[in-house]
Design a protein. Structure first.
Length: 236
């Protein structure tokens, strides 16, 4: 009887140790997956913000003139694609789910050999990128959405670009914008290059990005990074 009791104690100890090790393994793997996803999102945002630009290209024909901040009140058939950097502060269910839209030069495209010049001109590195949150109230899930639409098409395609979810566990999405004026650094919660003189013309010097997401245990985890914009605004 004593030997059976000793064996039972040993087996209980082994099972407890194994169960604890398994739980730790699952926790570490879930944490690693979470950090990997955030690193991927920050890398994508950083790459695109690094190549953000601000310019005023010539007037172009637009077939599907869906409303955009820089179109103003122009006729539905045409739009002037001016450079834009548009960061808007938005709240959803008392949470910051901000929006950022800008032009950049990070679009990668491949032209197979043999295509004629007319086809080759349909695509370039110029692109319009937007980051925003989309709430699914039925599933109680907030997605981080990235949308991309090519610029300088000729003729313009009748669509609004492609969008897809980068994260499905978003809680908050925040942006802050840094610039310098007369040697003094300043932060803005919104940056609307179309709203002057409230917002300086052009691009900020840097953008602070804050993401709050839910882990597997439904606990909030916050991540923050600062992205430099080489073509950013500086006024002496």
């Amino acid at each position: 009887m004593v030997s059976f009791a000793i064996v039972a104690i040993v087996l209980s100890f082994v099972f407890s140790t194994y169960s604890s090790s398994l739980s730790t393994k699952e926790y570490v793997e879930s944490r690693d997956e979470l950090y990997h996803n955030i690193r991927s999102v920050f890398y994508r945002m950083t790459m695109e913000l690094n190549s953000a630009y601000f310019t005023s290209p010539p007037k172009m024909r637009v077939i599907d003139a869906h409303q955009r901040p820089w179109q103003g009140t122009e006729n539905a058939g045409t739009a002037t694609s001016q450079g834009i950097f548009y960061g808007e502060k938005i709240q959803e269910n008392d949470r910051d789910i901000n929006r950022l839209l800008f032009f950049n030069l990070s679009h990668f495209f491949f032209i197979p050999l043999g295509l004629n010049q007319e086809v080759e001109q349909l695509e370039s590195e110029n692109t319009e990128v937007e980051y925003f949150g989309r709430v699914d109230y039925e599933k109680d899930i907030t997605y981080l959405i990235r949308r991309e639409d090519l610029l300088f098409h000729w003729p313009a395609p009748a669509n609004k670009g492609a969008s897809y979810a980068l994260l499905d566990n978003l809680r908050t999405l925040g942006f802050r914008y840094y610039y310098q004026e007369q040697g003094v650094g300043k932060w803005l919660d919104e940056w609307k290059s179309t709203d002057r003189p409230k917002t300086p013309a052009g691009l900020p010097l840097a953008v602070e990005i804050t993401l709050t997401v839910l882990d597997r245990e439904k606990r909030e985890v916050q991540f923050t990074t600062l992205v430099d914009i080489p073509r950013g605004f500086y006024r002496k």
